[in-house]
Design a protein around this ligand. Structure first.
Ligand code: IFM
Length: 471
């Protein structure tokens, strides 16, 4: 199927800004999104929104340490204050509910809820109890991620994800959280995007803790996946009614030419981005092609680890943002060949909705035990400004509409997709890019903490109201 992304955006943008199109977002009548049990929500993560890094006994995380190092984060930004959500959570929940969003995906800050000896930190735990109870009172479906990258610094000081023991400490943390929060969580995700934790954190140093070694990356990945596998039975025992899963970011790689070498490069790109995580989870083994790309980097795997990692899941969370066009690097790997004249976001990422559909339908072919899927993140950054109290985020409206159409196409091709979370509820700390990149459907003025609902959020709300009225 052809990618008509830029053409559609060009057609829509002038009309949207003049307000002359009735509704540039609402899906067509035959879209699966009209099914009332297709969950539509928004997502955030603890370090990106909470702030309050020194309050109520929270310990330092690897991101506090990393962002304090000059040059690691754009403009020297840190998550010290972020969206001040730790203090403004009640208003934020009101805002979420007022938008009619049916689901909220949040993460727990591990260093907020446990001390260095593994004992509970009551004040931190109570914060999440209050938050989750309020969400449930509002009738919002809760997806809770245990690890969205804010590893306690004291664990990093003992080797972090390079130390097998961290996986066992994670299982202890999952045990504590699921005992404390059972009944308020509809779905637990163990990890968010282990690719980013392992590769960006230990393989190329772009993220905390900032190490750069391929062998570190594969070992960190193994311990992350082991942590996931150890946590799942603990979550099942403590909170049987909830769903258990994991969230993976996936990347589309396309070949720059028809040559066998470039086709192979695109395959290796997807092995490195997708199969590296999905094969161990769904097939119980690492893809051997990964070690063609990175010779000699096989992780140390102990007996029984792969069985632990590949235990059945209730759902798989998928985060999708863009595609990468690649060519052979002339040796074992691939190199990026950015395409000219394609639509891009503030991140420089290509807008390529077809990639989401193609990956999802491909996974259905590859993995016969593919669990039900939630799109746990999708969205884009744009340089949004408030003008006369309004934010007209035209490109985002078009982006979301086209990606939701891709989800609908995948559903119609037989993929079991049960919901979609916008990334993100509000602008926030975008890791190494600090506060410059705005992913929210709600604008945040960081000097006043004022929230302004963007046009995209208004249109999502309108759609949800219409869908409710029809039900
Ligand atoms: O902001 C991040 C999020 O924390 C993880 N997934 C990708 C988003 C955009 O980069």
């Amino acid at each position: 199927m052809a990618n008509d992304a830029s053409a559609v955006f060009d057609t829509l943008s002038p009309a949207v800004s003049k307000g002359s199109l009735a509704d540039p977002f609402t899906p067509p009548a035959d879209s699966s999104l009209w099914r009332k049990n297709f969950l539509l929500g928004a997502a955030t993560a603890s370090y990106q929104i909470e702030g309050a890094v020194n309050e109520d006994g929270r310990l330092p995380s690897i991101w506090d340490t990393f962002s304090a190092i000059p040059g690691k984060v754009l403009a020297g930004d840190t998550g010290a204050v972020a969206c001040d959500h730790y203090h403004r959570w009640e208003a934020d929940v009101e805002m979420l509910a007022s938008l009619g969003l049916e689901g909220y995906r949040l993460s727990i800050a591990w260093p907020r809820v446990m001390d260095a000896a593994g004992a509970p930190n009551r004040k931190g735990i109570d914060f999440y109890k209050r938050l989750l109870n309020r969400l449930k009172e509002k009738g919002i479906t809760t997806f809770v991620t245990l690890y969205h990258w804010d590893l306690p610094q004291h664990l990093e000081d003992r080797g972090g994800w390079l130390n097998r023991d961290t996986a066992y400490r994670f299982a202890d943390y999952a045990d504590l959280m699921s005992c404390e929060l059972a009944g308020t969580v509809d779905a637990w995700a163990t990890l968010n995007e282990p690719w980013c934790s392992a590769y960006l954190g230990y393989g190329n140093g772009h993220h905390a803790p900032g190490l750069a070694n391929d062998r570190f990356a594969t070992q960190a990945m193994h311990h992350l996946l082991l942590a996931h596998g150890l946590a799942v039975p603990v979550l099942r025992a403590n909170d049987p009614a909830s769903q258990k899963g994991i969230v993976a970011n996936i990347g589309r790689g396309t070949a720059n030419s028809d040559s066998a070498a470039d086709q192979r490069a695109a395959h290796l790109f997807e092995v490195q981005h997708n199969a590296w995580i999905l094969d161990p989870l769904l097939k119980g083994s690492y893809p051997q092609d990964l070690f063609e790309l990175w010779p000699g980097t096989e992780p140390l795997v102990l007996d029984g680890d792969m069985e632990t990692i590949s235990a059945p899941l209730d759902f798989l969370g998928i985060n999708y943002y863009f595609r990468t066009n690649v060519a052979s690097d002339g040796a074992h790997g691939f190199r990026d060949v950015p395409l000219e004249g394609v639509e891009r976001t503030q991140m420089g990422w290509e807008v390529y909705p077809d990639g989401l559909r193609d990956l999802l339908t491909g996974f259905k072919e590859t993995y016969h035990n593919l669990p039900p899927i939630y799109i746990t993140e999708n969205g884009m950054a744009s340089d949004d400004e408030v003008t006369d109290g309004r934010v007209e985020d035209t490109q985002r409206i078009s982006f979301l509409r086209r990606h939701l159409a891709a989800v609908d196409q995948a559903i119609k091709a037989g993929v079991d997709i049960r919901g979609y979370f916008l990334w993100s509820l509000m602008d926030n700390f975008e890791w190494a890019f600090g506060y410059e990149r705005r992913f929210g459907v709600v604008h945040v003025d960081y000097s006043t903490q004022k929230r302004t609902i963007k046009r995209s959020a208004e249109l999502v709300e309108k759609f949800l109201q219409e869908r409710k009225a029809k039900a």
